[in-house]
Design a protein around this ligand. Sequence first.
Ligand code: ATP
Length: 358
Amino acid sequence: MAHLTLKDINKIYPNGFHAVHDFNLEIERGEFIVFVGPSGCGKSTTLRMIAGLENISKGDFLIEGKRANELGPRERGVAMVFQSYALYPQMSVYDNLAFGLTLQGVDEDVIDEKVRKTAKILGLTDYLDRMPRALSGGQRQRVAVGRAIIRKVEIFLMDEPLSNLDAKQRVTMRSEITQIHRETGATTIYVTHDQTEAMTMADRIVVMKDGYVQQIGTPRELYFDPVNVFVAGFIGEPPMNFLRGIVENGALKFGEVEFDLSKKLQERTAEYEGKEIIFGFRPEGIQLGEKENAYTVPCSVELTEMLGDNTNVYVDIADKKAILKVDPHDTPEIDTEITFSIPYTEVYLFDGETEKRI
Ligand code: ATP
């Protein structure tokens, strides 16, 4: 386990592209951190700088309080699992797992014990004699994880390790990786573009966009207290609904729908008079029908998707689109008019210009 510090870390590639801007983060010993964000936001670049595979253009990277910018990957005590899990195709699962230790000249009996223990943790005991081509994608990925955890490392880095797996395997491996983390206790940094992976696995999540950190927090903090439109829209599935409009007489109006902002903004409503504001609410934050202490919203139902445990209802609110999540027993008919309520406590307001939460 290691304590890591990233202080004003920047990456400027040789072609001049500034991929990561002033990244700051303290990672506690044994923490499971997830970097999440859309393609190209700088997640892998940051991870590779931590791994020592990419040099740090500006800023300090500390392991246990000591500057580590100049250390090579081996000296940092990291193990890494990549998206393409490149196993040695001509070696059995056993030899793939043993390879790193063999190179280090570790005693054969010790290697055997470690290989068997790792295989047991990962459910690979029956496959030790198999060649990688005779394994499923999920089993290959387990071998790749096994190769990383077999060496006792302080820092475990994973870059989209589940992206080549099908949906079911991803769910299984997700809980296995969380379990392995609990058992090994290694400080772990995990990169993904999948918000569900981030939400289910992380102690804390770092949300990135265009090379900038948007917010760092626990899954709960990001879900209930997003700092801007990007984070609010990225965390949660289906995403938060956003209705953009100009504040007039302290209210946002869409056709016959009126949101009296004083209910939410109170004395600050005047500041936003004549300005653009973004009104956000989560699909699961609503209730059907009229309720107290809530905005009442008439809308028309355009489409419904029954998913079993809930139904997604696609609605039109005076030409603005939104998704509502309702109990499947309450699924409305398509092309009907319904009314739903958004409790004041479920409303998120954002500045139309800066897109920051207000
Ligand atoms: P993905 O999920 O697609 O892997 P990412 O968030 O991990 O995305 P990075 O791989 O870190 O993104 O890339 C961040 C940005 O830096 C991208 O715009 C990418 O094109 C750019 N980039 C990556 N490697 C280089 C390089 N060697 N030279 C110049 N630019 C690069």
